[in-house]
Design a binder for this molecule. Structure first.
Ligand code: DLL
Length: 431
């Protein structure tokens, strides 16, 4: 494939809609040929579906192509989906996955350059400027968060502080000592860091931090509000997934805070009905699907993310569409006595009650023949048990009113629930 980097399309943000569509179509056709010629899975899947890359003459034709799922990637573990010889692969990452084999992804030097450029673009959207110091607390290693963010921070011309996750007391100390301007980590880990700052006698609102670039897990606008208040920063949403690249597939602008803009010059988004696989119009909710437009080592065609959202018109960057903040994943959905709910819905309600802490987990159990959901929430040390119990009753009521189901709420003593060090495990299925 001819080399295309974000820099050669640096003015992509300025494109008129029809120019962007033309660029996408050209890149789509090139990607389809590249994958068809070099990835046996793609060739086979296309042949089974009776399509050839030459049949795709418009962006709408993409609906004729077969989907790719995580199971497909697992089947070709570890390197069977790579579209270039291993000698051209400069780096691999893997997404852990809770069960089964991890998904392994690869990058050529050009892919790594594009990624760094897109992180740099994302950082600009978040307000980070060249010359700033960025504390990077996404995990380093096979996870795409740490190293993905790292090279982009450098590419922007900012200074990276490569902390990785964990050693939270030390993170708090170094935020105090090194005076970073920005922090990158998961939203739940930032709450853990805020607690550690307080424990070290540092007022979380007094640090040098101006902005948090937060993602890798679903989080609500209520969580944004709480983080912004607690740390006196702007909190913006960064989205991505290993299979499609890593962080930086989409990024929210600090000026609008209205959901991540998808960098459409590199990734073609669709939203489909998860049950039928049919594309739904922009504005309608469904499962997000991506086709990569410039990737060399690991092109993906109609990759089903399982992430649930809607496509919205661009705002801060009118050329690119936005996605609504993710409400959850298709596989995170809890079906409780016939009612569907997502952990983020509970988060929204918990954070709406001032006397409750954001430290909570959900437990699904079976009681007799019925499923039951318990929300276990930590008491804030400064709030009495009686006040907390009263707040728990309010929470139960609000959950009943807005979600339509009855749950148990249990107050736990301060410091007893697990703390986030990265992606937080909110839901425990004990059935
Ligand atoms: O989590 C990439 C990433 C790293 C994104 C750092 C942002 C910051 P994976 O480990 O492959 O990659 O997990 C991808 O995480 O399909 C979503 O379900 C979830 N996710 C990622 N970003 C967001 C976000 C990285 N901003 C999976 N909001 C995705 C909600 C997110 N969910």
């Amino acid at each position: 494939m001819t080399e295309i980097t974000a820099r050669t399309a640096a003015d992509a943000l300025q494109l008129e809609p029809e120019q962007l569509r033309a660029l996408q179509l050209e890149r789509l056709q090139r990607t389809l040929h590249h994958a068809y010629e070099n990835v046996p899975f793609t060739r086979l899947a296309f042949q089974r579906a009776g399509v050839h890359p030459d049949d795709i003459r418009s962006l709408a034709d993409i609906a004729r192509l077969p989907f790719t799922t995580k199971d497909d990637l697992r089947e070709y573990y570890p390197f069977g989906m790579f579209a270039v010889p291993m000698s051209d692969v400069r780096r691999i990452h893997a997404s852990s996955g809770t069960t089964g084999r991890p998904t392994v992804v690869g990058y050529t030097q050009t892919d790594l350059d594009t990624w760094a450029d897109l992180i740099a673009r994302s950082l600009r959207a978040s307000g980070v400027q060249p010359g700033w110091k960025v504390h990077n607390a996404y995990g380093y290693g096979l996870f795409t968060g740490g190293l993905g963010a790292h090279t982009g921070i450098e590419r922007l011309g900012a200074t990276v502080i490569p902390m990785s996750g964990g050693q939270t007391a030390r993170q708090a100390q170094l935020i105090h000592d090194f005076e970073p301007d920005a922090i990158m980590c998961t939203p739940t880990y930032l709450l853990t860091i805020a607690d550690a700052l307080e424990e070290a006698g540092i007022d979380p609102r007094s640090t040098s931090l101006k902005v948090g670039i937060l993602g890798a897990e679903p989080w609500t606008n209520e969580m944004r509000h709480q983080i912004e208040q607690r740390l006196d920063i702007d909190a913006v949403d960064i989205y991505g997934l290993s299979e499609v690249m890593g962080p930086g597939v989409a990024m929210e602008s600090v000026t609008t805070k209205d959901g991540p803009h998808i960098w459409e010059d590199h990734f073609l988004p669709e939203v489909i009905d998860p049950a039928t696989g049919e594309p739904v119009p922009d504005g309608e909710p469904g499962e997000l699907v991506f086709t990569s437009l410039t990737k060399q080592a690991f092109p993906v065609i109609r990759y089903r993310t399982k992430d649930l959202t809607r496509l919205l018109p661009g705002s801060a960057y009118p050329a690119m569409r936005r996605m609504e903040k993710i409400t959850g994943r298709d596989d995170d959905m809890i079906i409780l006595r016939g009612v569907n709910l997502f952990p983020t819905q509970i988060e929204e309600l918990v954070l709406g009650i001032e006397t409750l802490t954001p430290h909570f987990v959900l437990e699904l159990t079976r009681q007799g023949r019925m499923d039951a959901l318990t929300v276990r929430i930590e008491r804030h040390p400064a709030v009495s048990l009686a006040t907390c119990e009263a707040a728990a009753e309010v929470l139960k009521l609000r959950i009943k009113q807005s979600i339509g189901t009855t749950v148990e709420v249990r107050i736990e003593e301060p410091g007893t629930l697990p703390r986030s060090e990265g992606k937080y495990k909110r839901l425990y299925d004990l059935r």
